[in-house]
Design a protein around this ligand. Structure first.
Ligand code: SF4
Length: 704
């Protein structure tokens, strides 16, 4: 029997896992006591990982036009058809849609192939649905997409604010850590800001059940109150941040009294006053924010409204202080590191980063082979599928994700894919809602089979290790990509024999001509041989010669990644949801995860005990609303939204506000007849980040 360390593939906490493998089977998992993300803890999903494995239900052979083929035929088909479309329509007729489930090494090769050598800018990722607004907010405030905090800050804080985050269900091990910190330190206060009463409220000293979408107003109001009550940290602002006057002027355009802000947010003024008092009088404050902030048509502004308050109070760069974006996916940050978003180029460089296109071109140039990088950003997720629908993008390669379920207006995505001349899907599961739209299907290896790295919410790079052989003919994503690259004539630039070589190149690029002006730098990890790469212990970036053991907390010296080293407060004028209610769709829809499931359940749906928590799609409804529609508890009901409908069993819940509903994101046509929440949503996106407004649908409700 072999015991090995690896990393959980689910949420952005990135827990270390000790896996026991016997006779090519994983027989047990437990938390890795040495991993700094979890110190031995696992949540119920993580502890069931070994129950989700096995060859049943897996894709095991490539398919072209519905027929099983060998790999050589499949790869030739991919290369030949992509080359033909590129020749006839140009490189920008090709797109790729990736996933936070990919490892950093897979992401690196995909980004290099599509942007560097195919020459298309249209490579985006489902991380767009998760944290793109936080990325944009970080860049505006700090000059770089960099999370200032680390998990230790939860242990050091005096006040932790959870906003748009049901930590107890979505990042359970971090919630357990916060709960333990509160037990150790009774003076630590927790505030939960959420339209729904969630399990995270169990440890809340104060709950603010605000109106959906009013969180931006909550924090612009807080900034105004900080000024009015003399709680701005003028010394910190003078030295380390610019833009206070403009941000404050914007905040003061609206009523700055507690009563006025409370009315706008539909809150009790006394509770709001308490929150503001606690925030303004404590220095060690962590504001943990997640999809409830990001999945909004004004998500970037909301992120900046939060960051503004931390900068204005000097509550950043200290133990137990800072705005802390918690990512949904295990490798949402790793994708950002290599340029996996359509607005990024590579290694945290954007197209408009001075000298970046030239620098990356020279770095990727191989003897006889010069990359042809695009000149500017490509289509972000929603726009990419709109371009497919218009026929501008003629080929799309989708890896490890299911936009036919998860993107807003998901039925329109299906129609776009039906019209697309070439749809290539790399996938682990044998049956998904996406596969019927694929012309070419490529069986990919999954967790426990893949070998590489992921980066969690606190910038910690961890190894996921390949412990089991992939089933049948499934192959690693990086291998599939380099084989296609070779057939497209780019083989010399993709001559990798092992993920360690890809990681080495990635680390080198992060430090290439980096004079310290680019924060993302892991160049001290370059040059690892296979044994050292395999033994790589968790480490937080930046990792440089000055910080060879990594960097737990950023901006401790008060110097940011802007040209003048000062952070920026950003003027924010709060906006409500773009999806408006009307008489035909009078109810506000909220969406999210449930505790024991992950995304479209292709893995967690295989473990019976995980299905016991919520066995079928449901609709949470306030009892008074249900009564007014003549619907009882456990009755089937139908929601109708802009682009489709959803059938689920009603769960009466006083955790819901009146006029608001909640549905889970997980169910697909594979698991239920008609419960894809993506079909209900209009495709509104934040104009700055491109992140869809998945938290704010408008629907009607009726008994079935
Ligand atoms: Fe996995 Fe997240 Fe649970 Fe940790 S908290 S075990 S990373 S799902």
């Amino acid at each position: 029997m072999q015991q090995a360390r690896t990393t959980c593939p689910y949420c952005g906490v990135g827990c270390g896992v000790l896996a026991q493998v016997d006779d090519e089977q994983m027989i047990h998992v437990e938390g890795d006591a040495q991993h700094p993300a979890n110190y031995g803890r696992l949540c119920v999903k993580g502890s069931a990982l070994h129950e989700t494995l096995g060859g049943h239900g897996r894709l095991t052979r490539p398919r072209v036009d519905g027929a099983e083929v060998d790999w050589d035929t499949a790869l030739e088909s991919v290369a030949t058809r992509l080359a033909a479309i590129r020749e006839a329509q140009g490189a920008s007729a090709i797109g790729a849609y990736l996933s936070g489930q990919l490892l950093t090494e897979d992401y690196y090769v995909a980004n290099k192939l599509f942007k560097g050598f195919v020459g298309t800018p249209h490579l985006d990722t489902n991380s767009r649905l998760c944290m793109a607004s936080a990325v944009t907010a970080h860049k505006r405030a700090f000059g770089a997409d960099a999370v200032p905090c680390c998990y230790e800050d939860l242990d050091e804080a005096e006040l932790v604010v959870l906003v748009g985050s049901n930590l107890a269900w979505n990042h359970p091990v971090l919630y357990q850590r916060l709960k333990a910190a509160k037990t150790r330190n009774p003076l630590l206060r927790v505030v939960v800001v959420d339209p729904r009463v969630t399990d995270s409220c169990e440890i809340a000293d104060l709950y603010l059940g605000l109106a959906p979408g009013s969180d931006g107003r909550l924090f612009t109001g807080l900034l105004a109150r900080m000024a009015d009550t003399g709680r701005l940290d003028r010394v910190y602002l003078d030295r380390h941040a610019a833009g206070l006057e403009e941000a404050l002027a914007a905040a003061q355009e609206e009523d700055t009294t507690v009563e006025g802000i409370a009315a706008d947010c539909d809150l009790d003024p006394e509770r709001l006053e308490t929150f503001y008092y606690w925030f303004t009088t404590q220095l060690h404050v962590v504001t943990l924010f997640s999809q409830g902030i990001n999945q909004s048509s004004s998500g970037t502004d909301k992120g900046n409204a939060i960051i503004n308050c931390h900068l204005a109070g000097g509550k950043i760069g200290l133990p137990g202080a800072g705005p802390f974006s918690i990512t949904g996916q295990p490798n949402a940050m790793g994708g950002r590191e290599v340029g996996g978003l359509a607005n990024q180029l590579a290694a945290h460089m954007d197209y408009d980063t001075p000298g970046a296109i030239d620098r990356v071109t020279r770095f990727w140039t191989t003897p006889g082979l010069v990359p042809t990088l695009p000149e500017g950003p490509g289509h972000k997720a929603v726009a990419l599928f709109e371009a497919i629908e218009r026929g501008e993008v003629q080929a799309v390669w989708i890896m490890g994700t299911n936009p036919a379920v998860s993107l807003p207006d998901a039925n329109r995505v299906r129609r776009a894919l039906e019209r697309c001349p070439l749809v290539i899907v790399s996938e682990c599961a044998a049956a998904t809602d996406l596969l019927p739209y694929a012309d070419i299907v490529l069986p990919a290896s999954g967790w426990s089979e893949k070998d590489g790295t992921v980066t969690n919410s606190e910038r910690c790079i961890s190894r996921q290790r390949g412990l089991l052989p992939p089933p049948g003919e499934a192959r690693h994503d990086w291998w599939i990509l380099i084989e296609v690259a070779r057939r497209l004539g780019f083989g010399e630039a993709f001559a990798y024999a092992h993920p360690a070589e890809i990681f080495d190149e990635h680390a080198c690029l992060s430090g290439f001509e980096n004079d310290g002006s680019r924060l993302f730098d892991i160049s001290a990890l370059a040059g690892l041989d296979r044994a050292a790469y395999d033994a790589l212990a968790p480490i937080q970036w930046p990792v440089t010669t000055d910080a060879p053991h990594g960097t737990a907390r950023l901006f401790e010296a008060g110097r940011f990644a802007t040209p003048d080293g000062r952070a920026r407060l950003v003027p924010v004028r709060p906006r409500g949801p773009a999806q408006t209610l009307d008489p035909a769709r009078p109810l506000r829809l909220n969406t999210g995860r449930v505790r024991d499931q992950w995304h479209t359940m292709t893995r967690t749906g295989r473990a019976p005990r995980l299905m016991n928590h919520r066995a079928e799609p449901f609709i949470e409804v306030h009892p008074d609303d249900a009564a007014s529609y003549g619907i009882g508890d456990q009755q089937l009901a139908r929601l109708v939204g802009a682009g489709g409908d959803y059938v689920g069993r009603v769960r009466l819940s006083r955790a819901q506000r009146r006029g608001e509903l909640f549905v889970p994101i997980h169910w697909t046509d594979q698991f239920s007849g008609r419960a894809r929440m993506g079909a209900l949503l209009e495709p509104h996106a934040d104009p700055l980040s491109g992140q869809p407004e998945s938290k704010h649908g408008a629907v009607s409700l009726a008994p079935l």
